[in-house]
Write a protein that binds this ligand. Structure first.
Ligand code: ADP
Length: 296
């Protein structure tokens, strides 16, 4: 998909350049032909100048867009390669240790625990990449059924507590009224889990995450995920939902691929809903909101 998109814009680039050269040649030949008429020459000159300026502007626009895309792809390849290589290297190291020397039972149990964690991380990365492909506009429509959003959120909270071994006060859930939506269970689960996982992941050691569900304007079922983590700079709030985008600086050192929030917003849009982030800036924590239409 990405390669096709890139080829398309490069094709557009080349076609535009060729078109521009033809126009310039045409105007030039025409200009020479009509040389004796000063008025016609002036008009031709102005047209030529306008065409050249428009060409330069458009070329620069496409060039910048291509460079940005290349940068994003490089960042994505680096992040995914890192996210795939690190857990595999770690699992391999523990297996080699188990194979090469005798370890006591407690140590062996610890090695197994770490290897299981690494394989979960590996599966999570693979699942994020596959899901990004599944929710692209060209892919199948969501497989909708009647869902209780509150129950889905409660399940995601319970799963996150278990996987990250969090006490219930570190990750709280405040249930609102019953929220019936018509949605793809798998996609909604992925979106809610991504928000909870991010809130826990970026909080570091001090995990204080609150999840709430509510009805908004009698129209939307809303899920709010609030954390006391590092927060997000205001200028980044609208960019973090873009594919592969990661906020530079301290949070970029936390493992990730830049796909989670892209999946959240895509799922929201596919269901006629919306998703956004709020934060008063660095060090101020963040709140993420996912709203999906209530079933009538
Ligand atoms: P990933 O977490 O894999 O990098 P996401 O798409 O889930 O990708 O998030 C994009 C970026 O948004 C992250 O790299 C991070 O900089 C920022 N971000 C997301 N959630 C939070 C959060 N709860 N607190 C602070 N920053 C966040």
């Amino acid at each position: 998909m990405v390669v096709i998109g890139r080829r398309k814009s490069i094709g557009l680039f080349i076609a535009f350049g060729a078109g521009l050269i033809s126009v310039i040649l045409l105007l030039y030949v025409g200009g020479v032909f009509l040389n004796w008429r000063t008025g016609a020459l002036l008009v031709l000159g102005v047209l030529l100048l306008a065409a050249v300026i428009a060409g330069v502007v458009l070329n620069t626009f496409f060039l910048v867009r291509e460079i940005r895309r290349n940068e994003q792809h490089d960042a994505f390849i680096n992040a995914v390669t890192h996210e795939l290589k690190t857990p595999v290297a770690s699992i391999r190291l523990y297996l080699e240790t188990l194979q090469s020397r005798l370890v006591d039972d407690a140590q062996r149990a610890e090695f197994y625990r770490i290897m299981l964690e690494d394989s979960d991380r590996l599966l999570e990365t693979i699942e994020q990449v596959l899901r990004t492909g599944r929710i692209s506009p060209a892919s199948r429509k969501p497989n909708r059924s009647q869902l209780d959003l509150g129950a889905v959120v409660e399940d995601c909270v319970a799963q996150a507590r278990k996987l990250k071994q969090l006490p219930s006060e570190a990750l709280t859930y405040q249930a609102g009224p019953p929220l019936v939506i018509l949605a793809d269970m798998d996609e909604v689960r992925a979106a809610v889990s991504n928000l909870i996982d991010n809130a826990v992941k970026y909080s570091g050691k001090d995990v204080r995450v609150g999840v709430e569900t509510a009805v908004v304007d009698q129209k939307y079922a809303s899920v709010r995920v609030h954390d006391h983590g590092p927060g997000i700079p205001k200028a980044e709030l609208k960019h973090i939902f873009k594919r592969f985008h990661r906020v530079p600086g301290a949070t970029a050192r936390v493992p990730g691929t830049g796909l989670g929030l892209f999946i959240v917003r895509s799922v929201a849009k596919r269901h006629g809903g919306r998703a956004w982030a709020e934060s008063d800036g660095m060090g101020q924590g963040s709140t993420f909101v996912l709203q999906l239409p209530i079933m009538r």
